[in-house]
Ligand binder design. Structure first.
Ligand code: NAG
Ligand code: NAG
Length: 310
C-alpha cells in the first residue's frame, strides 16, 4: 500500500514536471509558398519568447531554388539559435546554426525546399530576426550579399551578369573583385567566385593564387601571437578544386583554432596538437580563418595548397 502510493506520488511529480516543461515550449512557424515573402521571429522587433521552437519550411516550385536574405538579426549569443536546413528540417539537411548580433550573408538552397528553425532557451531574449525569401529561377544566381566594410556594384544577378566589389578606405579586398553569374551543368546558375571579404589594412592574411603555395600562421615556426585574427582566401580557376595538406599543427585546444570554409561540411573547425587530414574544396576556393585568444601560444600551423583540375 505504502509502496503503491509512493509510486503514484513520484509519477504525479514526474507528470507535473513534464507538463510544466512542455507548457514553456512556444511553438510557431509554418509552411510558406509563393514567389517571395518575409519571415519574422515572433514578437519582432520587441523580442522573441523564451522556450521557442519554431520551424518555417519554404517550398518553391519544383525546379526553383530559394534564397534567403537577412534584413535584421539579433539572437542571444550561444543560447538561442537559428538553424538552417537545405531541405526539410531533418538532421541530414542541417547546414548551419546562426547566433549573435551580426547580419549573416544570404543563403541559397540547392533544391526547392529550405527550412529555418528558431530555438531559444529559458532566459534572455533579443530583438530576433527578419528575413526576406525569394524563389530563384534556374537562370538566376541570386543576390550574393555585401561583406562587412564592402561595396557592391551591380543590381542584376542572372546568367551573364557581372558584379563588382570594393572595400571602404582602410580595408583591403581579399578574394576576386569581380563575380560572373554562370550556368553550370546541373541546370542551375552560380557565381564563379566566392564573395570577397574586406580585411583591415593591418590585419594578417591575404589572397593566395597560383597552382600551389604555402600558408602558415604568423611567425611560424615560432609562436603565433595572442588575439590573432587572420583570414586567407585561396582562389583557383572556375572548375578547379583545391587541396590543403597540413604539414605542421599546434594550437591551444579549443581556444585557438583554424576555421576552414568551402569544403564538405561547409565549415570545419580545427584545433589541438594533431595534424588534421587534408581538406579538399567543393568549388574553386577555400577560406581559412585563424583566431587565437589572449593567452597560451604555440607554433601554429603550416599547410601546402594545390589546385587540381577536374
Ligand atoms: C515580392 O516581389 C514583388 C515583385 O518584385 C514586390 O513588388 C513585392 O514587394 C515582393 N514582396 C515582398 C514581401 O517583399
Ligand atoms: C523542436 O521541434 C521539432 C519538431 O517538432 C523537434 O523535432 C525538435 O527536437 C525540437 N527541438 C527542441 C530543441 O526542442
Amino acid at each position: 500500500m505504502e509502496i503503491k502510493s509512493g509510486f503514484t506520488f513520484w509519477n504525479l511529480v514526474f507528470l507535473l514536471m513534464v507538463s510544466c516543461v512542455k507548457g514553456f515550449i512556444y511553438t510557431c512557424g509554418g509552411t510558406l509558398k509563393g514567389l517571395n515573402g518575409t519571415i519574422e521571429s515572433p514578437g519582432f522587433p520587441y523580442g522573441y519568447p523564451n522556450g521557442a521552437n519554431c520551424t518555417w519550411v519554404i517550398i518553391a516550385e519544383e525546379r526553383n531554388r530559394i534564397q534567403i536574405v537577412f534584413q535584421s538579426f539579433a539572437l542571444e549569443e550561444e543560447y538561442d539559435y537559428l538553424s538552417l536546413y537545405d531541405g526539410h528540417p531533418h538532421p541530414a539537411n542541417f547546414r548551419t546554426r546562426l547566433t549573435g548580433f551580426h547580419l549573416p550573408p544570404p543563403v541559397t538552397s540547392t533544391k526547392s525546399v529550405f527550412s529555418l528553425r528558431l530555438t531559444s532557451d529559458f532566459a534572455v531574449s533579443a530583438h530576433g530576426f527578419k528575413v526576406y525569401y525569394e524563389e530563384l529561377q534556374s537562370s538566376s544566381c541570386g543576390n550574393p550579399g555585401i561583406p562587412p566594410k564592402g561595396i557592391l556594384y551591380g543590381t542584376r544577378f542572372d546568367v551573364g551578369d557581372k558584379i563588382r566589389y570594393s572595400c571602404v578606405t582602410g580595408y583591403i579586398l581579399d578574394g576576386h573583385p569581380q563575380l560572373t553569374c554562370i550556368a553550370n551543368s546541373v541546370n542551375t546558375a552560380s557565381w564563379d567566385f566566392p564573395v570577397p571579404i574586406c580585411r583591415a589594412e593591418d590585419a594578417c592574411g591575404g589572397t593566395m593564387r597560383g597552382s600551389s603555395g604555402i600558408i602558415s600562421s604568423p611567425n611560424f615556426p615560432n609562436e603565433y601571437h595572442n588575439n590573432a585574427d587572420c583570414t586567407w582566401t585561396i582562389v583557383a580557376e572556375p572548375g578547379d578544386t583545391i587541396s590543403l595538406i597540413f604539414t605542421d599543427f599546434q594550437m591551444e585546444e579549443k581556444y585557438d583554432y583554424l576555421e576552414v570554409e568551402g569544403s564538405e561540411p561547409p565549415t570545419i573547425w580545427l584545433s589541438g596538437m594533431n595534424i588534421p587530414p587534408p581538406v579538399i574544396s567543393n568549388k574553386n576556393w577555400l577560406r581559412l580563418h585563424f583566431v587565437t585568444d589572449s593567452n597560451h601560444r604555440y607554433r601554429g600551423f603550416s599547410a601546402h595548397y594545390q589546385g587540381t583540375f577536374i
